[in-house]
Design a protein around this ligand. Structure first.
Ligand code: BES
Ligand code: ZN
Length: 426
């Protein structure tokens, strides 16, 4: 048995790549921002120009802000600095997590005529690595099904009854160096996942492949090689939390990280900027109304910032929260999609209409953004975003495509929701 490099290296985040088509904006955005400033002494009304200036700072001056990078941290400093200037108590909430990505896997028979590959896929959260050894059948992976001969070799296990996590843990406990899991029915064998990082490489194969090799392994213990190309690394990130007073009745926020591929002007400098401008415009009533403003880190790698923030809340704090308002991708597109908890449906649609969002539909909560952990914890949430951004997660998600008028509509709709929840504040 040989074990080569259990790799724990860098991880790159990649997303689906939509076509890079530039959306026209009504006027050159740069011209509209000449007079922009986020001077705290501006009047307490939402300024599209001030919001757009934040987009430029985040997406142009700083640029791409992938989770865990110095650029993400620089953006956090900028956001914290702005919120402090408006008079808030600001805290960074640091957190870390293990980011994982599997690119592929192989399963090969090392015969006298050379290596013969079979189709294989990585089991999610298998560590990376390459193992050569004898293939030893082990039933469905119950502890008693592993023969002593599996020690240092590769276990062949059928899917079913036990979880993938238990099968891999049992294989490791029996001394196996890797596991091949084959399907227990025809069809796809991807998307299989361990509950957390596995101890040894695990690859998935089809039922046909599994049964073929089960027969051969029962006859002679063939020499095979499995490899998983996967990387994981520790990401250190932070939320930026601004509180008007001691309690948060309403949390307004959005994520400030971006994908690696581009500057994330719409996704999500736009929502971050509206959050900042709302914090400035509402600063005089934030303490009385319990308004909090949060920029979430590391959304793009799995909603980490919002999940960690929600986890940090006590039951009382959750209970006191009337709503979370998530702003994500509010600067590009041709129509609004107000969405959120069913209990807030009428309120949200009313606020959206009053803000000039000609909403044609009310989406139920969309999973892939920072409102989801709040809803999961029983906190009502609102999600404002615009459909459809042709530059989503590409290098062309640039500030020039962000429409300041859309930022303003998002700001007004958020204020409308706040007023309907906690009163008008005058
Ligand atoms: N900003 C997007 C979510 C989104 C997409 C909002 C389209 C509005 C319109 C977000 O940053 C994202 O990419 N989310 C991922 C899931 C997340 C858990 C990585 C997604 O939607 O695929
Ligand atoms: Zn986003």
């Amino acid at each position: 048995m040989t074990v080569l490099g259990l790799a724990v290296l860098t991880m790159a985040c990649s997303r689906p790549e939509p076509a890079a088509i530039a959306l026209p904006v009504s006027e050159p955005a740069a011209a509209q921002t000449e007079a922009a400033t986020s001077d705290p002494s501006l009047p307490p009304t939402f300024s599209a120009q001030a919001a757009y200036k934040h987009v430029q700072h985040l997406a142009v001056t700083i640029g791409s802000r992938p989770a865990g990078t110095a650029k993400e941290a620089e953006a956090a400093d900028y956001i914290a600095g702005e919120l402090r200037r408006y008079g808030y108590t600001v805290e960074k909430q640091p957190f870390d997590f293990e980011a994982y990505r599997a690119r592929g896997a192989t399963f090969e028979y090392l015969g006298p005529l050379g290596a013969i590959p079979e189709q294989a896929r990585p089991v999610e959260f298998s560590p990376g690595g390459e193992v050569t050894g004898r293939l030893v059948p082990a039933g469905i992976g119950r502890p008693e099904e592993f023969q002593p001969a599996v020690k240092g070799e590769i276990a062949l296990v059928e899917r079913g009854t036990l979880t993938f996590g238990d099968k891999v843990a049992n294989a490791k406990a029996a001394g196996a160096a890797a596991v091949v899991i084959y399907n227990n029915g025809a069809g796809e064998f991807q998307g299989w996942t361990l509950p957390d990082m596995g101890a040894i490489p695990a690859v998935a194969v089809s039922q046909d492949t599994g049964l073929l090799w089960l027969r051969r392994a029962t006859e002679q213990a063939p020499e095979v090689r499995v490899s998983v190309d996967a990387r994981s690394r520790k990401i250190e990130s932070q939320n930026v939390v601004a509180k008007g007073g001691a309690n948060c009745r309403v949390v307004v926020g959005g994520h400030y990280d971006s994908v690696e591929a581009g500057p994330g002007a719409n996704d999500n400098a736009s929502g971050t900027s509206v959050t900042l401008e709302l914090a400035r415009a509402l600063r005089d009533r934030a303490a009385r109304d319990g308004l909090c403003f949060i920029a979430f880190g590391s959304e793009e790698l799995g909603l980490w910032g919002s999940r960690r923030y929600v986890e940090s809340l006590s039951d009382d704090q959750k209970h006191d929260m009337a709503a979370m308002i998530n702003l994500d991708m509010v600067g590009v597109g041709d129509r609004w999609s107000p969405a959120g908890s069913a209990s807030l449906r009428e309120l949200i649609l009313d606020a959206a209409a009053a803000a000039g969002m000609a909403a044609t539909s009310y989406g139920s909560e969309r999973r892939g953004s920072d409102h989801a952990p709040f809803i999961q914890a029983g906190i009502p949430a609102v999600f404002f975003y615009r459909q459809t951004d042709p530059n989503y997660h590409t290098a062309d998600d640039r500030a020039e495509f962000v429409d300041p008028t859309a930022l303003e509509a998002a700001g007004k709709a958020a204020i409308g929701v706040i007023e309907r929840l906690v009163g008008r504040g005058d």
